[in-house]
Design a protein around this ligand. Structure first.
Ligand SMILES: [Zn+2]
Length: 197
């Protein structure tokens, strides 16, 4: 957690009010504010939304897709942890729908950033997982799924423009010298993705 303390400090984010969940590959989404942030920190879940300043929101990943959503007009932010399970449960779509419902976010003002994750080059899965998805292919008898495109589709389906979606396309497994990859390092660490208003 030393890295985290430094990263937040370097980005002028308040570590005391920073919120991140006990991630469980589910689709539980929480709205955070100054009154509830302490209790939210103790919750199990995989997405956070706030429209309050000074509450940094974070997710930790090491192959799963870390996602940031921003409504630039109403000033609402969200972070989403989306591995294959979260992707299958459409947690990204549900998070944006919650922003629309609770904060009146308009799709034209929403921007989505998909951070470093295990990419199509490396995300090999079993037959059961393979069968759940659309963006996939078989190579040399192995099954691969594209989590970036699966998540992008959820955003496009909500009517958000292609131009508002930014995919880092940095594979954590191929770039293991730069990023933690669960498939390479197993349990050594996580990439923290934070945003604050
Ligand atoms: Zn790769």
């Amino acid at each position: 957690m030393e890295n985290l303390t430094k990263a937040l400090k370097d980005n002028d984010m308040n570590e005391d009010t920073a919120v991140y969940l006990k991630q469980v590959h589910g689709d539980e989404i929480y709205i955070v504010n100054k009154d509830n942030y302490r209790e939210i920190k103790e919750k199990f879940g995989d997405a956070l939304i706030t429209n309050e300043k000074g509450i940094p929101l974070g997710v930790f990943t090491a192959d799963c897709v870390p996602i940031i959503v921003i409504d630039i007009k109403n000033e609402v932010i969200a972070v989403v942890h989306s591995g294959w399970k979260g992707t299958h449960k459409e947690i990204l779509r549900k998070t944006i729908e919650k922003m629309v419902k609770e904060f009146n976010s308009k799709t034209e003002n929403i921007y989505v950033v998909l951070g470093p994750a295990i990419a199509f080059c490396c995300f090999e899965v079993g037959e059961d997982v393979f069968n759940k998805f659309t963006y996939k292919e078989k190579r040399d008898g192995k099954n691969y799924v594209d989590l970036y495109l699966e998540n992008k589709k959820q955003v496009i389906d909500l009517g958000i423009s292609d131009e508002n979606i930014f995919i880092s396309n940095i594979c954590t497994k191929c770039n293991n010298d730069l990023f933690y990859s669960y498939r390479v390092n197993n349990n050594t660490g996580r990439i923290g993705t934070f945003i604050s208003l």
